[in-house]
Design a protein around this ligand. Sequence first.
Ligand code: ADP
Length: 488
Amino acid sequence: MPLSIHRDDLLPGRNFIGRWCEAQQGRRFDVIDPATDTVFASVPDSGADDARAALDAAHAAFPAWRAVPAKQRAQILKRWNDLIMAHREDLGRLISREQGKPLAEGRGEVVYAASYVEWFAEEATRANGDVIPAPVTGRRMFALKEPVGVVAAITPWNFPAAMIARKIAPALAAGCTVVCKPAEDTPLTSLALVKLAGEAGVPPGVLNIVTASRERAAEVVDVWLDDARVRKISFTGSTPVGKQLARRSADTLKKLSLELGGNAPFIVFDDADLDAAVDGLMVAKFRNGGQTCVSPNRVFVHTSVHDVFVDKLAARVGALKVGPATEPESQIGPMINARAVDKIERHVIDALERGARIAVGGTRLVSLGTNYYAPTVLAGTDATMACTCEETFGPVVPVTRFDTEAEVVAAANATPFGLAAYFYSRDVKRIWRVADALEAGLVGINEGALAAEAAPFGGVKESGYGREGSVHGLDEYMQMKYLCQGQL
Ligand code: ADP
């Protein structure tokens, strides 16, 4: 069994609410292997009572955890980082097993996840405040940073380790306690990470996790949204669900970080290095089979280089190896589930009906299984098509021609979303002009791989707000308190 793991106890298969436990109603739901579409594990299908128990535990643990000196919290996070890295192979296999990505990407994600834990271990000790020069005599004025309180973390399935690490590490570093609900498609990696956090010394009650099926997701999360003891929601997922969380948490005015959907443009100007642009697009688009929120969803190529670019791209895309993570040569795994493949198929059919043509791909790969789709390049796409208006979240590249810089910048910005944007150009004036004009939280300039723990990750417009990683990431989990001492 190539994706078996060495430490079976990294699969606790239960919730952690101060201790490992079943859902109070005793229900469980199945975890599906996307490569074969078969059940291979089960976890608790939690409900409102479990959500409440997790919140009670996190709330009770908060005063003691916030009082732990930052340096000690940092040491615990460093041990967590070391344990994650020590279990890189097991965690990489778990990610590939439940999420479907090729094993090299599964292992890579573990390192990426750990990099956030290490980063926030270091940031924990730097939550400095200000000493403010008083405008009058006899006063001293200070601004301190405090942890916000209990944080609810709700994560998606596309990066089962990294999304958890990006939320939980800064929360714990800040001195917050956590309740977490991982995505229903990928609960196992998150349970393994919580197990390792306990081994690293995170005290019981500080980090609680409850798993739930999609049908019960809202029942669990609504308890946290409605309860004033939760002071912060950190969510990565779709824009409709993000908006719903923002609305429902308004009654208790929680702090929010929302990392939502994107519709990233990728622009190739006539002065671009075309081979570098193809390389960058391959990296940006096909990581995780296109199932990333920063994945280019609309490729705009200047008309003078369009045909050459499409030929080069189609040759590279046609050579991609599709298969399960168990095959060492696989570069593109299965999509997460049948719903995902149905959406990709719908987008391709819609594009063809509206006049696009297939340069390569364009079919399900049923011989591999129900969840596979061929890496695809569509030429002749336009702004009326579903594949350019909605996030396809799969291995499909729609290519649209453009003539002028002004036209393409307007087209790139003509979307409610604003997460990532990419462009390739060798003209330094154009580079600064376009970088300024693009409405996006992240811009790749002659670069397809943007994410790094030291960089602020997050969107503008309906891609959400808040930043993960970087020197700004810790502030998302802190609030400022101003102290004014008089009579001096
Ligand atoms: P996707 O469509 O990629 O699965 P979602 O936004 O639906 O993205 O899911 C992201 C996370 O939000 C998952 O953990 C999921 O269980 C959770 N979720 C989905 N629907 C709701 C809801 N109505 N209320 C709270 N959480 C939800």
